[in-house]
Design a protein around this ligand. Structure first.
Ligand code: DGY
Length: 422
């Protein structure tokens, strides 16, 4: 047993080192050959278990691509790679370094706080330099994505959960018929049955084209863009991230009232995404007002914002109980549930690590341990894949994935528990 754990720990470190491209880590070779925003924050957390300097460098490299308005882009194209579509020429943002025009779940402050706590002396100067940049990014979220009261996304890719059923009502209103011919690269790396469908890609590109067409002007995108949906997943992450950043700020001697007010405003907005019929928080199309009506990973992050009511917890556990291998990204009882197609049902170790963080803080260490054990079992049997089929545990998507290696080292591995990482 200990030998197995040692071997898997070593393999996880080896994956992070192998995916290191010099200052930043790619999620996986082939499928995702650049720096991705939230992947990188998780990679940094993973590095912090064996190379604290490298952990800070990962976040610093990501923030080198921060836009003047505070946005931290979802992809940074540090070098050319014809194996990925859509590349920098399609995004047309004109930034240096080249980057995409949308953001991604703001987990960096949550994980930076943990990295700092892992070695307060080594991290003090690094976090002090990053702090104002993190505040600028959080301010960008507050100004440009939280005007409805909760966090919204302007593109399914901005959610990090690209094709989950949450986005179906918003995607139904997007016309993808005029995007013209293009060649996808993702299906050359991973079986097409695990990836979003062509009609999804047509719409992803139509939304991207709108952003490029208006020069990535946020006011135009929010007012007239083809897609705008409130996202419980990012809302819960942002509540927690604002609070974690405030804790960092306080420790550094800053006034953090602004951050605390942003978190409080999001908590006050939560009733607008409460779907009574579903018994949990739900994604909502801000153009039509329609709820997605699917219980998914967004609802499961509720614990990140604090304890949840017993009836909500019972509802969430009821859905989790439907599968043996971790929390499914969509309710298996939902008619469109697909256990292996990207975000339309699979279990994601990285999401489980965030759910467990909330559970632990909300005093549900028993549920956090159940989730850790189910996640660890899937990785031990299947490898460090991007995600897993929650019904039979089959490893899916990209192999040797940085964020799966990272959450193994920080949380899922039995040796991580010994270090008190949860
Ligand atoms: C992709 O290309 O599949 C990415 O998830 C977009 O960020």
């Amino acid at each position: 047993m200990t030998e197995d754990v040692d071997r898997l720990d070593a393999q996880a470190r080896e994956i992070l080192n192998r995916n290191d491209r010099g200052g930043y880590t790619i999620p996986t070779a082939g499928l995702y050959p650049y720096q991705w925003n939230w992947d990188s924050a998780f990679a940094a957390w993973g590095f912090s278990t064996f190379d604290i300097d490298r952990a800070w460098t990962e976040i610093e490299t990501l923030f080198k691509a921060q836009w003047p308005d505070g946005m931290v882009p979802h992809i940074v194209f540090w070098q050319d790679d014809p194996g990925y579509f859509p590349g920098p020429d399609i995004w047309g943002t004109g930034t240096d370094p080249a980057s995409s025009g949308i953001s991604q779940p703001p987990v960096a402050a949550i994980l930076a706080r943990r990295i700092w706590e892992a070695d307060p002396d080594a991290g003090r100067d690094r976090i002090a330099a990053l702090y104002p940049r993190l505040v600028d990014w959080h301010r960008w979220w507050h100004r440009h994505r939280c005007t409805s009261g909760v966090a919204a996304i302007t593109h399914p890719w901005e959610s990090g959960r690209d094709n989950c059923p949450d986005w179906d009502p918003g995607m139904a209103g997007v016309d993808g018929s005029g995007v013209g011919p293009y060649t996808r690269r993702d299906t050359g790396h991973v079986d097409a049955s695990m990836r979003p469908r062509k009609e999804d890609y047509d719409r992803y590109l139509a939304i991207l084209n709108f952003g490029r067409g208006c020069g990535w002007d946020q006011e135009t995108i929010i007012a007239d863009g083809p897609f705008l949906m409130a996202d419980p997943f990012i809302t819960f992450i942002l509540i927690r991230a604002h609070r974690d950043l405030a804790a960092i700020g306080k420790a550094l001697g800053h006034d953090t009232a602004e951050l605390e007010a942003w978190a409080d405003a999001l908590v006050a907005g939560l009733p607008t995404i409460w779907n009574e019929a579903l018994g949990c928080h739900d994604a909502r199309d801000l153009r039509s007002g329609r709820f997605a009506g699917v219980l998914g990973s967004g609802a499961f992050l509720a614990w990140l914002a604090g304890p949840v009511a017993p009836e909500v917890e019972a509802r969430l556990v009821e859905v989790w109980d439907r599968v043996p291998h971790g929390v499914p990204s969509a309710d298996p009882a939902y008619a469109g549930f697909e256990p292996r197609r990207y975000w339309r049902g699979p279990m994601w170790p990285v999401v489980n690590s965030l759910i467990a963080m909330g559970l632990t803080d909300a005093g549900r260490a028993d549920l956090a341990e159940r989730l850790r054990a189910e996640t660890a079992g899937a990785i031990t049997r299947g490898g460090f894949n991007e995600y897993f089929d929650p019904v039979d545990g089959t490893p899916c998507g990209g192999k040797d994935f940085s964020w799966t290696a990272a959450i193994w080292l920080t949380w899922a591995s039995p040796s991580a528990g010994a270090k008190g990482a949860t």
